[in-house]
Design a protein around this ligand. Structure first.
Ligand SMILES: [Mg+2]
Ligand SMILES: [Zn+2]
Length: 184
C-alpha cells in the first residue's frame, strides 16, 4: 500500500511534502501550486485567528499543500447538492433539534440577517477598507457568504410554507414579469 504522501509525490513528479516543507513552499503542480508560502512581495495569507493558521500549517506539514490549495481540494471534494431536497433535509434536521414553533421560525428568519451581516463583513474585508485589519477576505469568501444568505432564506421559507418550491417558482415568475415590463 502506498501512503498518501507517496501517492501525492508520484503525481507531483517525485516532489514530496517533506521537500515542500523544507523549501517553505507548496507542493509542485499538478497537485499544488509550487508557490512559496510567503509570496515574493512578502505578503503572507491572512487567517481568521491563530487556531486557523495552526490548522493550515499542520495540514501543510502533512500534505505539502499551501492554504489556497488545501481550500481548493476541499471545494472539489464536496459533492454538488440538489437544492430543494437539501433544503428540506436542513429543515428536518432543525425540526428534530428544536421543533418548529413560532419562536423557532423567528430565529430561522433572524438567521438571514446574521448571514447578510457576514456578506458585508466579507465584502468590506475583501477591500481592506479597515486600515487596522487590512485585507482579510477573498472574493470566494464573499461568494460563499452570499450562498449562505440564499440557503438561509430558502430554509426559512421552507419552514413557513409547505410548498416552498412552488412558492419560490411562482414568485420568481412574478418578479421576472415585472422586470420584463420595466425593460420593454
Ligand atoms: Mg456565513
Ligand atoms: Zn499551493
Amino acid at each position: 500500500m502506498t501512503s498518501i504522501p507517496e501517492a501525492l509525490a508520484a503525481l507531483s513528479g517525485g516532489d514530496l511534502p517533506a521537500d515542500a516543507v523544507r523549501e517553505e513552499r507548496c507542493l509542485k503542480p499538478p497537485i499544488g501550486c509550487g508557490k512559496p508560502l510567503i509570496s515574493e512581495n512578502g505578503e503572507a495569507r491572512v487567517f481568521w485567528n491563530e487556531d486557523e493558521a495552526r490548522q493550515y500549517e499542520t495540514e501543510w506539514r502533512i500534505t505539502g499543500l499551501c492554504p489556497d490549495c488545501q481550500d481548493s481540494v476541499e471545494d472539489d471534494a464536496a459533492e454538488p447538492a440538489d437544492m430543494w431536497p437539501t433544503i428540506r433535509d436542513f429543515v428536518a434536521w432543525l425540526d428534530d433539534a428544536n421543533g418548529r414553533d413560532e419562536h423557532e421560525k423567528t430565529l430561522r428568519i433572524l438567521k438571514i440577517t446574521e448571514e447578510a451581516g457576514e456578506v458585508a463583513q466579507a465584502w468590506i474585508g475583501m477591500t481592506g477598507q479597515n486600515p487596522r485589519k487590512g485585507v482579510t477576505h477573498t472574493r470566494e469568501d464573499v461568494a460563499d457568504e452570499l450562498c449562505d444568505v440564499a440557503i438561509t432564506a430558502l430554509t426559512a421559507l421552507a419552514s413557513v410554507v409547505d410548498n416552498p418550491e412552488q412558492v419560490f417558482a411562482a414568485h420568481l415568475g412574478r418578479v421576472q414579469t415585472r422586470v420584463r415590463e420595466a425593460t420593454a
